[in-house]
Design a protein around this ligand. Structure first.
Ligand SMILES: *[C@@H]1O[C@H](CO)[C@@H](O)[C@H](O)[C@H]1NC(C)=O
Length: 386
């Protein structure tokens, strides 16, 4: 991937989502990196150094994560893949590197009584992300990248990344969303996500239909649940359409999620593959001809046709007719969609390329065919009388 594009992408993300402080002067930096040793606890420096050493010599093929968490003054912790904190806690993450970019849940850009709850500070050898007054909505993936920049050239280091999924548990069992209900398209052959994401990995989550009220079976094959994402409908079917919601229970608490209005859409598996043919490749002036564009595809998938033809510039008025029928082809029921362009009383201007564009939700495909127009047939000799 082009590194520059990646970098600019990441930088626009972090600056839009979280307040980034300018690189502080040297003095501040020293103050942060060299903290006073707490009396009873093991010297914090040792922990830090140990981490640095471990990172300097990563085991082959599996580089050490550059992400650490500050658990107390000067005490660092390797961040596990997933971590559960309590809403209200302060989260302090550090990412090793000279040029670091962060990614975190979108809700962190919200202000709390005019104060930003998320602050990023860059230091010479690391970057710090600090979240104060954490909330259920801050649940999600936190990740960082370290870039190597020389002059204006930046390289993204694929191996220099770190990420962790952090839950902020509390009174809210679901990560709050902005809307009371969400419209979700169920497209043929496309897995669909119902993002009813919980704030505790221990919550028991079930899926329910509103009308008629019933629990939807989650078998792990057609529908599965992922504690970090929500429910995934792997093979959408028209019968899943309707209003659904999730229910979470934990420690005697029971809550329901946002409602999801599921709408089924017959979605084509690919762009149309039209064929085009003229009733005759060569016609004589004055004769009628037509050009047919045909698409075989999945039933109940709409195909739109548009035409380009030589007479267009002078406003020649051919007309077209469309139809769609079900047809059996190779043991399968397919929809045959057709558009026929009619040209009456051909003229020299009608000679040229006839182009048909067929469009469905997956894309547009264009095909063309050429038609020649010869001068009108000379009148047969015998008919001219003197
Ligand atoms: C197309 O034109 C040909 C030649 O004039 C004619 O025989 C045929 O019936 C036309 N097709 C349709 C679908 O009208």
């Amino acid at each position: 991937a082009p590194a520059a594009a990646l970098l600019s992408n990441a930088s626009s993300l972090s600056s839009a989502e979280c307040q980034e402080k300018e690189k502080p002067p040297k003095a501040t930096e020293k103050k942060v990196t060299k903290e006073p040793k707490p009396n009873k606890v093991k010297p914090p420096k040792a922990t830090g150094e140990k981490l640095h050493q471990a990172a300097a010599k990563p085991p082959k093929g599996k580089p050490a994560s550059i992400l650490t968490r500050v658990v107390a003054r000067g005490r660092f912790q390797k961040v596990p893949d997933s971590l559960t904190l309590t809403a209200g806690d302060t989260l302090e993450l550090r990412c090793r590197g000279r040029a670091v970019r962060w990614r975190f849940p979108a809700y962190l850009e919200d202000e709390d009584e005019g104060r930003l709850r998320c602050v990023i500070k860059h230091f010479e050898r690391h970057s710090q992300l600090l979240v104060v007054n954490s909330r259920a909505a801050d649940t999600g993936e936190y990740s960082c990248w370290s870039f190597q920049c020389r002059d204006s050239e930046c390289q993204d280091g694929e191996d220099r990344t770190g990420k962790a999924f952090i839950f902020f548990t509390g009174q809210e069992l679901f990560v709050p969303t902005e809307d009371y209900y969400e419209v979700v398209q169920l497209r043929t052959n496309h897995p669909t996500l119902l993002p009813c994401q919980v704030t505790s990995p221990l919550a028991k989550v079930t899926l329910h239909r509103e009308f008629p009220p019933e629990e939807v079976a989650v078998d792990g094959i057609d529908i599965s649940y992922d504690v970090k994402r929500g429910f995934v409908i792997h093979r959408p079917r028209p019968s899943y359409a309707g209003s659904l919601f999730c229910m979470a229970s934990l420690d005697g608490m029971r809550q329901i999620s946002t409602k999801y209005m599921l709408i089924y859409i017959n979605y084509p598996s690919s762009a149309p593959k039209p064929t085009v043919s003229a009733s005759a490749a060569t016609v004589r002036a004055g004769e009628n001809f037509n050009v047919t564009c045909t698409v075989f595809g999945e039933p109940e998938v709409a195909v739109d046709f548009t035409w380009e033809y030589p007479g267009q510039q002078i406003g020649r008025p051919p007309y077209s007719r469309e139809r769609a029928d079900l047809a059996r082809r190779g043991g399968q029921v397919q929809q045959e969609s057709e558009s026929i362009l009619y040209v009456d009383e051909a003229r020299a201007i009608d000679e040229g390329l006839y182009t048909c564009s067929a469009m469905n939700l997956q894309g547009t495909t264009t095909v063309s065919t050429r038609v020649r127009v010869l001068p009108a047939t000379p009148a047969p000799r015998g008919t001219r009388s003197g």
